[in-house]
Design a protein around this ligand. Sequence first.
Ligand SMILES: [Zn+2]
Length: 293
Amino acid sequence: MVRTLVTAIVCAAMSAAPTAQRGKKVYVSVDLEGISGVNADDQTSAGQPEYGRARKLMAEDANAAIRGAFEGGATDVLVNDSHGSQRNLLPEDLDPRARLITHSFKRHGMMEGLDETFDAVIFVGYHAKADAPRGLFAHTGSGVVRDLQINGRSVGEGGMNALLAAWYGVPVVVVSGDDVAVAEVTESVPAIRGVVVKRAINVRAAELKPLQAARREIQEAARDGVQGAKRTAPQRQGPFRVQMRYRNFTFPEVATAFREIEPVAPDAVAFTRDTMPEAYRLIRVLYRFINPD
Ligand SMILES: [Zn+2]
């Protein structure tokens, strides 16, 4: 009798434990253009005089998000370097509790490694989409894209990445960047916490928030965002219709060699995929891995 009771209690405790005690798993995608303190185009790629400073600043904003995530209940944080070569963050600069994905040769680029096991996504250092008139360093994917539309809606990197997170049912809880980027991502994800770390005066000039204040705000938003994060039902209603308009005619000329890529204008192509991960992968091929020049 006693033994049965003890067994029942132990069994109840064991079955309750996974949900009651499980820490949160958090995914952090870190771009560079929207990092606090970054403000000039000689900071954004390797070999440029100010690049070394910029990658340190990038690590500081990433670390603020990581600290906040752990304060908010994370027990596992995966950071994905999401800018250019995607080899900007140095592991020795990063909070030692976080795992890091590097290098740009990956199917899902800025969202590589995300799946349905995560509880929250954080975007750090994001920028506005291509042709946003005032966004600092505004572009989508690479310099060749003029506009990207998914199911009829023009999106930037933040909007596209949010669709992939939604596919997995993982809420995007924080975005940091300039004011234009934050407003743009908030349109795609209304419940998100936005952290404006600089005010874009135009595509090249910005008013920078003091670094300590910016990092503190990222940390606090990450803490609150992760604490309140609740997984949603995966949003998998396909198909996903993609249209990409380029700034030149050479990329579409090459892209339409693939039968499923339809030419819709001299400078634009379109295609359809049943799943968002497949659409994401092909979008990335179409602006990054085709290079007629
Ligand atoms: Zn970038």
